[in-house]
Structures are given as structure tokens and as C-alpha cells.
Design a protein around this ligand. Structure first.
Ligand code: GAR
Length: 204
């Protein structure tokens, strides 16, 4: 199974998935990092890991359709099966959604549907919630919408600061995303072999 990870920033989730791949906890290959912020720290991580990077500046294209067409070409060249959004701070457009229907996943640092969009941890902190968490979902055309695949709740303690809450959320993200990706891979692999068996039965 070949993965492409999309990131715009620090890439700590990308690193956690890459570590899980190296340790055999995720049975896949990260064949490409796609980055819409040339120079982002995620790129440095990819280079250190020997993972190819496709980096682009959106404003150099006529629009989303144009840069997503180029992304799809790169993904197809690398024979990517699944797209993993890891802090890719951009809405996915119809070009990518059609090419990778039900094969694009995202992580978000809140219990969706609460606090979608940017700075979800800050939004939750400002709202004074006592419980927040992490969500992994299938991507559709909305902002942090789409069917939920896994969630983990985190209690906000009286002693917490925004910084300590952020650390607690990141620790959960770095465990939950690799674990969920491995579950998705196992599901796809078993569905694939089931389809093959059905095909075998129908031609026998
Ligand atoms: C992560 O907390 C991720 O959940 C969030 O961006 C951060 C990226 O961190 N994504 C969103 O807010 C998506 N709406 P990272 O670059 O260190 O992985």
C-alpha cells in the first residue's frame, strides 16, 4: 500500500506516521510528501527520511483545479493508493476528490463536529470546554467534515494551560493517526482479497 502525506507546516504527524512505517506498525510505504508551503519543516523531515517531496506554491497556478491536476499526475506516477492529510491547511477540491474518492483522510485536533477550521485547540480552550480530543475522518468537500473514522476524547484538567493541552492533543494524534491508518489498510487489504475471491468464484 502506497501513501502520500500532505502537510503545510511542522509535519509532526507526518513524522509519527513515518516512524510507525519504519517500525512496522503501519504496513505501507510513504511514497510522497505533498507540501503547499515550500520551506515548511515537514519538507526537511521528508528529506532526512529519504521520502520524495512534491512542493508547490498555489499562487503560481491559475487556481485549485490547475495545481490539483498536477498533484494527481504526481500521485498517479507514484501509484499512490491513499492520501493522508496531516496539517494540510487547504480545502480539497473536486479534482482530487474525484481521483481519490473515499481514499482521502484527515486528522483534526478537536472532537468534530465541534471546532472545525483553523486553531481548533485555541477555539476549544477559549470556549472553556472540559472535554476535547482528536478526530480522524474521511474527506469530502467541506471544511473538516466527512464520515468520522476514529475519535479519542481528552479531558481538560483544571491545571492545564493552552500549551499543556496542545501537548496532550499532539501525543494522542501521534498515536491515533498511525493506528487508524493501519486499520484502514487492513480493511482495504481484506476487502481487496475478498473481491479477488469473488472474482475467482465467478470465473471458476
Ligand atoms: C495537527 O494538530 C492537525 O490535527 C491539524 O494541524 C496540525 C498539524 O501539525 N490539522 C487541522 O487543523 C486540520 N483542520 P503537524 O504539522 O505538526 O502534523
Amino acid at each position: 500500500m502506497k501513501l502520500a502525506v500532505f502537510a503545510s507546516g511542522s509535519g509532526s504527524n507526518f513524522q509519527a506516521i513515518a516512524d510507525a512505517v519504519q517500525e512496522g506498525r503501519v504496513q505501507a510505504e510513504i511514497a510522497l510528501l505533498v507540501c503547499d508551503k515550500p520551506g515548511a519543516y515537514a519538507e526537511k523531515r521528508a528529506k532526512a527520511l529519504g521520502i520524495p517531496v512534491f512542493s508547490f506554491l498555489p499562487k503560481e497556478y491559475s487556481g485549485k483545479v490547475a495545481f490539483e491536476k498536477e498533484i494527481v499526475n504526481r500521485l498517479q506516477q507514484e501509484e499512490i493508493d491513499i492520501i493522508i492529510l496531516a496539517g494540510y491547511m487547504r480545502l480539497i477540491g473536486s479534482t482530487l476528490l474525484h481521483a481519490y474518492d473515499k481514499r482521502i483522510f484527515n486528522i483534526h485536533p478537536s472532537l468534530l463536529p465541534a471546532f472545525p477550521g483553523k486553531d481548533a485547540i485555541g477555539q476549544a480552550w477559549q470556549a472553556g470546554v472540559k472535554v476535547t480530543g482528536v478526530t480522524i475522518h474521511m474527506v469530502d468537500e467541506g471544511m473538516d467534515t466527512g464520515p468520522i473514522i476514529s475519535q479519542e476524547a481528552i479531558s481538560v484538567k483544571a491545571t492545564d494551560s493552552l500549551e499543556s493541552l496542545t501537548k496532550a492533543i499532539q501525543a494522542v494524534e501521534h498515536r491515533l493517526y498511525p493506528d487508524t491508518i493501519q486499520c484502514l489498510i487492513e480493511k482495504r487489504t481484506s476487502e481487496g482479497s475478498q473481491n479477488q475471491n469473488e472474482h475467482q468464484t465467478s470465473i471458476n
